[in-house]
Design a protein around this ligand. Structure first.
Ligand code: GDP
Length: 438
């Protein structure tokens, strides 16, 4: 039988080639300036996402998939459209992604997030003064933004931790982060075990961008403390902020030392999945470059400058311009490619299959241990009550026991009577036999 599959579905986004300024999912969103993507944002500290609505600037570019004509081709079964069905359903449902950003103030976190997603998530931000910072405790702030690109909707939630590492005593900075991540897992576990599982809101953190300062020689004790506590709960991706403070050699050295520190402390950050052998060579090359760039050394900017007649996102210095999107200047494009165009789904899958499963297994083991302890307690209680049997036994129990005893006696009597009857019957038979003999 000859099957003629329909044309393969169009990819959601074309993976961009690194180094360019125009490729990629949200890279294409740069064209939002002229209508490519649209987004609205909602800054919120109280998980209230009401009022978020995405403005559609352009109709979806995806053509409607062809429905097979059964008259034309009778040998056609039709399952080759399965990817299209999945694709259509996912596009309709939209996508969600939660990104946590951790690092001390002034490392360029908000600038980078705004540059990555071409939004302004930090409009109403208030900077604490020095006195406030001494006492400052770490908070968790959630900001949500709806982005739409070529008919694909993404609800992006950025979880910020203002105040992280700012106070003199930073001991509890990591506790706020771990508690938040655990709380989202717990909520999901509760929702998943509930009755209405259809509309579960997934607030689990899919990726944590941890900002390391460019000053210093490697990771600090407080960085290690936090990463050690988080690396089994969330996909951590290290980012060296404000990398324009370092020259090429310094960036290379800092990256080497950070990787060495992680290895010495047995810390495993997010592991890139292996590339399939049948992937094309360009994709494999891109994957190799991304892996080699970790930790990403980034420069952020929300300013568009004109360099040699071209508009670039950059930072103007007396001696020249740092082009944020130039791979020679920073790993910004690599980070964006990794985070949005190539590995967003894998980050979500790892959260579900590894981190959430770990949490779920721990929860189930705690619940069963608790049940075992309760059963042991009940058993011990019933043994101790048996010891004081006579005192504690109820009247009903006593009556039941009496009845049991009576039934047992009657059964004994019945057995004896049956035995007697049998013997009488045998004697009768013998008597009859002797009469016949005569
Ligand atoms: P946050 O407190 O970590 O969110 O840091 P901000 O994004 O508010 O940035 C703090 C200051 O650093 C601002 O003046 C930014 O313009 C500047 N800044 C942001 N990113 C960079 C960068 O990559 N390089 C340099 N040199 N400065 C930056």
């Amino acid at each position: 039988m000859k099957h003629q599959p329909p044309p393969p579905p169009l990819p959601l986004t074309q993976p961009p080639m690194m180094g360019g300024t125009s490729g990629g999912a949200v890279a294409n969103a740069i064209s939002s300036l002229n209508g490519g993507s649209s987004y609205t944002n909602n800054n919120t500290n109280n998980n209230n996402n009401n009022g978020i609505e995405a403005v559609k600037c352009r109709p979806p570019l995806y053509p409607k998939p062809k429905t097979p004509s059964f008259d034309k081709d009778r040998d056609y079964i039709g399952f080759a459209t399965l990817p299209e069905q999945v694709h259509r359903k996912s596009v309709k449902r939209g996508f969600e992604f939660t990104l946590m950003v951790v690092g001390e103030s002034g490392l360029g976190k908000s600038t980078l997030i705004n540059s990555l997603f071409l939004g302004d998530l930090y409009k109403n931000r208030q900077m604490p003064n020095v006195e406030e910072r001494i006492e400052k405790t770490t908070k968790v702030e959630k900001k949500t933004m709806d982005i739409e690109e070529r008919g694909v909707r993404l609800r992006l939630t950025v979880v910020d931790t203002p105040g992280f590492g700012d106070a003199i005593n930073c001991e509890d900075s990591w506790r706020v982060c771990t508690q938040y991540i655990d709380e989202q897992f717990r909520q999901y576990f509760t929702d998943e075990s509930g009755l209405n599982r259809r509309n579960i809101q997934d607030n689990r953190v899919h990726c944590c961008l941890y900002f390391v300062p460019p000053w210093g020689h490697s990771l600090r004790q407080m960085d290690l403390d936090l990463i050690r506590r988080l690396h089994r709960k969330v996909n951590i991706v290290l980012v060296i902020g404000k990398a324009d403070c370092l020259n090429k050699q310094e960036v290379r050295k800092l990256k080497e030392r950070i990787l060495q520190d992680l290895e010495d402390n047995h810390i495993q950050l997010y592991q890139f999945p292996e590339c399939d052998s049948d992937e094309d060579e360009d994709f494999k090359q891109q994957d190799r470059e991304l892996k080699a760039s970790i930790p990403f050394a980034v420069v952020g900017s929300n300013t568009i400058l004109e360099v040699a007649g071209k508009k670039v996102r950059g930072r103007q210095y007396p001696w020249g311009v740092v082009n944020v999107e130039d791979p020679e200047h920073s790993d910004f494009i690599k980070l964006r490619t990794f985070l949005i165009s190539t590995h967003m789904q894998d980050l979500k899958d790892t959260t579900q299959d590894v981190h959430y499963e770990n949490f779920r297994a721990q929860c189930i083991s705690q619940i069963s241990q608790h049940a075992l302890r309760e059963r042991g307690k009940l058993k011990r209680d019933s043994i101790s009550s048996t010891n004081g049997f006579d005192a504690a036994i109820s009247e009903t129990d006593r009556l039941l026991l009496q009845k049991d005893e009576e039934i047992r006696r009657m059964q004994d009597m019945l057995t004896q009577m049956q035995e007697k009857l049998k013997q009488t019957h045998l004697m009768e038979m013998k008597k009859n036999d002797s009469v016949i003999d005569v």
